[in-house]
Design a protein around this ligand. Structure first.
Ligand code: LMR
Length: 394
């Protein structure tokens, strides 16, 4: 039987992560996988998370199962963090998942249960794993225009024209903030226009929000999601705590489903629990518990927000530095978009030959579509990277 298995295509981001790990060069620079790194290239455990872990060690007296949809207290703090009061609580179903990827998978699986013929509109480009999961579960993918490579801006007219092709029963996948891989984001008026097109076509939005707090701040990064939540009758949200709480390996995420009625919400809630049972039964709890403790304790929450703000400001300053350095070296504003973009990623618009040369010659690793992780830079490596990029352009 096993001889019928076919090799699977490697995940480009994870393959690059592995190639970086085995590269023996000491001066190599990892701008690949989306993981935050401090100036020493280390991914620290956030102070509030560490403090919560210490408290948990003292107070936790059982490891018995939580509920099939995860700990209800985790649902409450995450609903408040993501949605504030933008949607009535009795219409929101919630389910803890293993990371943001698990939350995305859960939302797509729910779509498949509700309408196996749904077409899923995805931005071109999008996070490659969106496409891979959709192909895996057999939902039809329809790309919509999103990005103008020359200017590094959102192709908003193209996006709206393409989303206008959606029909009732279709789904539109949106990035809540910090678009991955481009870094180009919607403005609030853009979000309003997206809401209008969703409501006129009857398509249901799924918002993937994996970087809340990494763009313009916790509140500003949620405005689009909250607008959609308040204005569309049915909304799905897949959120990750990997990045903003720095708990990557704890696999902590949540799927929220906003329904039209409380009755519909109860059915959706049972479906989410059912999906968990089919996949892995109870979702992991450790990370979710830490998040619940941090968000539920005023002092821990204040400290977490302060550290997250430092992380965000650091990325913004690296963006400005890299953009300025490239402007100086190339005598052009070709990379000016780097300072405008938000979040961990930007797409540089380099060719495959240039990307390969940067990796082989300079030990600079970026994803094959020229996406760089801004948080992989530091004040010392910005000039090195800028010089190497400028040289490949010559
Ligand atoms: C990324 O895009 O690099 C992150 O979301 C990590 C991942 O799982 O791909």
């Amino acid at each position: 039987m096993l001889n019928h298995l076919k090799a699977q295509p490697a995940d480009k981001i994870l393959q690059l992560m592995q190639a970086f790990r085995v590269d023996p060069r000491e001066d190599k620079i990892d701008l690949g996988v989306g993981v935050y790194k401090d100036a020493d290239g280390h991914t620290p455990i956030m102070r509030a998370i560490k403090a919560a872990e210490q408290q948990l060690w003292n107070v936790e007296d059982t490891k018995v199962y939580t509920s099939l949809a995860g700990d209800p207290a985790f649902h409450e703090v995450m609903i408040e963090l993501l949605l504030a009061d933008s949607a009535p609580r009795d219409r929101i179903a919630a389910c803890a998942t293993p990371g943001g990827t698990g939350a995305v998978r859960q939302a797509f699986d729910l779509v498949k249960l509700a309408n196996p013929n749904a077409r899923v509109f995805v931005s071109n480009p999008t996070w490659p794993n969106h496409l891979s999961i959709l192909e895996h579960i057999g939902l039809e993918i329809v790309p919509y225009r999103y990005f103008e490579p020359e200017s590094g801006a959102v192709d908003f007219d193209g996006m709206i024209a393409d989303l206008g092709q959606a029909r009732p029963g279709d789904v539109v996948l949106l990035h809540g903030c910090c678009h991955n891989p481009t870094g180009a984001n919607l403005t609030l008026p853009d979000w309003q226009a997206v809401v209008d097109i969703l409501n006129s076509t009857g398509a249901v939005p799924i918002i993937d929000i994996a970087y809340q707090g990494f763009g313009d701040g916790l509140e500003d990064d949620a405005v689009g999601t909250r607008l959609v939540a308040s204005a569309c009758p049915q909304v799905m949200i897949a959120a990750s705590c990997s990045k903003n709480f720095g708990i990557y390996r704890e696999r902590t995420g949540i799927t929220l489903v906003i329904c039209e009625t409380a009755e519909q919400r109860n059915v959706a809630q049972a479906n989410l629990a059912h999906l968990n049972r089919q996949g892995y039964s109870f979702p992991p709890d450790h990370g979710a518990r830490l998040v619940t403790m941090v968000l539920g304790d005023a002092a821990l929450r204040t400290d977490w927000q302060a550290e997250l703000d430092d992380v965000r400001r650091n990325m913004l300053s690296l963006r400005k530095q890299l953009s300025g350095e490239l402007q100086r070296l190339t005598n052009s504003n070709r990379f000016g978009f780097l300072a405008q973009h938000r979040g961990m990623f930007s797409r540089l618009g380099l060719s495959t030959t240039m990307i390969d040369s940067l990796r082989e010659k300079n030990g600079i690793y970026m994803v094959g579509d020229s996406r760089i992780n801004i948080a992989g830079l530091n004040v010392n490596t910005v000039p090195v990277v800028a010089r190497a990029i400028a040289e490949t352009l010559e």
